[in-house]
Design a protein around this ligand. Structure first.
Ligand code: GLU
Length: 425
């Protein structure tokens, strides 16, 4: 009995291993594109992974040693780029997978970057401002040799924000004895941030929703939308959907979900949300995240964490369109089930690429020392994402593959070509 349970658990864990599942899809994509095995061998893992220990003297006087990572997947196309996540569940394998996803995103929206990602195992919800500043600066000192504006450019991710980017930029600038805004993106405007960066991921998701709705013949105005997660992506998205006339019937955070078939008061919820995206604690009648995902709706946006739609619940999803604002919310098995059920799934590497696109704009502006208006940023973002969505959509149809495989095929191609031209494979 016990052994059997162990086996089930192991196979479940294996299915939920984001590195393994992304490697499976990369392999398929390269096969479809006709690349030889050595290209897969090169791309299945990051070129570099640095593990660091960061000592921080906490407010109570004790020293705590934090573990951090920075993975650089592939820099054939250009410097690596991607966020830094502060989260208790950060693991080496997750950071590796996240760096591969960044490479794919950059390929899909055609940016001159490869993918990178960083993470620190910590819970910022239980840390003071001062402790967070020390941790952020310590991390930059620890990884300083492998990052820089022409090497690897970090950005925000789960539980990191513009303040943390500001401390990191300041620390790097001190180490480099120069003002280096191009070291990191997602900075406050006054430190060389870009207009539209904060809401860029949600803007990108919104553009994908609009395109997907056109394909499905659904009007966004009046559509019932469920958003899982009320962090940076989820909260801005709920607002954009609400403003577009959609009815946001469900939202959730790490503690539970809220449901109202007549539509939730999004402005009120945004007002009451804390900086970690928590709001449901204020309410009594909450639903579980599982119930939230299975609500009657037209558009479902997982904007929280990995492995939320699995073979367990994929059959119960009622939405006609699923747009992944989070990284890795749907397993490979669930992708197949949703696709077979005729649900249009817009994969993470496409749907959430608005953030890195505006990060690229920020870096370009830093390098030029010339700053753009919000309208310019929005116009350029819209153009890139509409084109990228349609590239992936058309490839999925012409090659009869699901949207995730099509997105991987688009995302991996430039990196494989660049690695070939450099004579690496
Ligand atoms: N962390 C974000 C992502 O996963 C943004 C990365 C960036 O802006 O470089 O796409």
């Amino acid at each position: 009995m016990v052994a059997e349970k162990g086996t089930d658990h192991d196979s479940q864990q294996e299915k939920n291993d984001v590195l393994k599942s992304t490697q499976t899809v990369i392999h398929k994509a390269l096969d479809k594109l006709g690349y030889p095995e050595e290209v897969y061998e090169l791309l299945k893992e990051p070129l570099r992974l640095l593990t660091v220990k960061i000592p921080v003297r906490m407010d109570d006087g004790a020293v705590r040693i934090f573990t951090g990572y920075r993975a650089q997947h592939n820099d054939a196309v250009g410097p690596t780029k991607g966020g830094i996540r502060f989260h208790p569940n950060v693991t080496e394998r997750e950071v590796k997978a996240l760096s591969i996803w960044m490479s794919l995103k950059c390929g899909i929206v055609d940016l001159p970057y490869g993918g990178g990602k960083g993470g620190i195992v910590c819970d910022p919800r239980n840390m003071s401002f001062r402790e967070l500043e020390k941790l952020s600066r310590g991390y930059v000192r620890a990884i300083s040799q492998i990052v820089g504006p022409t090497k690897d450019i970090p950005a925000p991710d789960v539980f990191t924000n513009s303040q943390i980017m500001a401390w990191m930029m300041d620390e790097y600038s001190r180490l480099d004895s120069s003002n280096s805004p191009g070291f990191i993106t997602g900075k406050p405007l006054v430190l060389g941030g870009s207009h539209g960066r904060e809401s860029a991921t949600a803007k990108g998701v919104t553009i994908c929703i609009n395109e997907a709705a056109k394909k499905k013949g659904i009007s966004v105005k009046g559509a019932r939308v469920v958003v899982q997660g009320f962090g940076n992506a989820g909260s801005f998205l709920a607002k954009f959907m609400h403003d577009a006339g959609a009815v946001v019937v469900g939202i959730s955070d790490a503690y539970g979900g809220l449901y109202d078939p007549k539509g939730l008061d999004i402005d009120y919820l945004l007002d009451r949300r804390d900086s970690f995206g928590t709001v449901t604690k204020l309410f009594k009648n909450t639903i579980t995240n599982k119930e939230l995902l299975e609500l009657e709706c037209d558009i479902l946006v997982p904007a929280a964490i990995e492995n939320q739609i699995t073979e367990e619940n994929a059959h119960n999803i009622k939405a006609k369109i699923v747009v992944e604002a989070a990284n890795g919310p749907t397993t490979i098995e669930a992708t197949q089930i949703l696709t077979e059920r005729g649900i249009l799934l817009v994969p993470d590497v496409l749907a959430s690429s608005g953030g890195v696109t505006v990060s690229y704009f920020e870096w370009v502006q830093n390098n030029q020392g010339y700053y753009w208006s919000e309208e310019e940023v929005e116009e350029k973002l819209e153009k890139i994402l509409v084109k990228s969505f349609n590239n992936v959509y058309e490839l999925a149809h012409s090659r009869r593959v699901d949207m995730r495989l099509a997105a991987y095929m688009v995302g991996v191609r430039k990196m494989a070509e660049a690695s070939r031209f450099r004579g690496w494979v």
